[in-house]
Write a protein that binds this ligand. Structure first.
Ligand code: PEP
Length: 251
């Protein structure tokens, strides 16, 4: 059986300036220390403006740092955009792509997400590719079909367990305090695992995170589900105690 280490990733979204971000990161780095817990990897994805600051704040610890988005190209006339290797240049090892807030607020299609994920891999970083259905899609019984299409359309050539993580984030669960039933999460993760065949080299080894209102009180039951290999955490990642409690809930 393939053993997958848990990944607990914090998506800080558009929160934190240098001082409060560095304090949060340093707090978590002190808890982790220089050697990662045998159960989990801890990743912080701050706004691009403070990736360098946060990288410094966690240096010497086993905490990793990532960006929240990138452009599909390595350079060029793209005002306001950031290339994956620019994030690497300031200490990022990861980039989130296809978060539903990008898909919705910036009209990012699967093809665009795939281009961004490919750019992440070309830059030598690892991509967290987000997928997830809206509430209307779930109510219409289309959740699995939508997520399957997102996987097929968003995962680039060359994706493998070493450079790609999938985050299943039902849009209606993000920042709402609502979560799917445990059975629904398990069913979706099993479907994702099955669909990864043919899309990645080593489907059994790819980590599949759940995201959407993960908090200390529900982390253990979610992280205990089969095929849930970690969490992508928004709101609760902004409080060191809460984020750490989620990580400690890894089996
Ligand atoms: C997210 O935005 O990726 C997320 C999971 O947010 P929250 O934990 O706040 O629902």
């Amino acid at each position: 059986m393939t053993v997958r280490r848990y990944l607990i990733a914090g998506n800080w979204k558009m929160h934190c300036r240098q001082s409060d971000g560095a304090a949060l990161a340093a707090d978590l780095a002190a808890r982790v220390g220089p050697v990662a817990d045998p159960r989990f990897d801890l990743l912080l994805c701050p706004p691009a403006t403070i990736v360098a600051t946060i990288s410094q704040a966690v240096s010497g610890s086993a905490v990793s740092v990532g960006g929240q988005d990138c452009h599909a190209q390595a350079q060029g006339a793209h005002t306001g955009d950031i290339a994956a290797d620019m994030l690497a240049d300031v200490g990022a090892g990861w980039v989130i792509v296809g978060h539903s807030e990008r898909r919705t607020n910036h009209a990012e299609s699967n093809a665009m997400v795939r281009g961004k994920a490919a750019a992440v891999l070309r830059a030598g970083l690892a991509a967290i590719v987000c997928v997830g259905e809206t509430e209307a899609e779930r109510d219409a019984g289309q959740a699995e079909q939508v997520v399957a299409a997102q996987l097929k359309g968003s995962i680039p050539d060359g994706a493998a367990a070493t450079n790609t993580v999938i985050a299943y984030e039902p849009v209606w669960a993000i920042g709402t305090g609502r979560t799917p039933t445990l059975a629904d999460i398990a069913a979706m993760h099993a479907m994702i695992r099955a669909r990864l065949s043919g899309l990645v080299a080593d489907p059994d080894a790819v980590r599949i995170l759940y995201g959407g209102s993960v908090k200390p009180s529900n982390a253990a039951e979610i992280l205990g589900l089969p095929d849930v290999d970690g969490a992508l955490v928004g709101g609760a990642s902004l409080k060191a105690d809460d984020f750490w409690a989620i990580a400690q809930a890894c089996p």
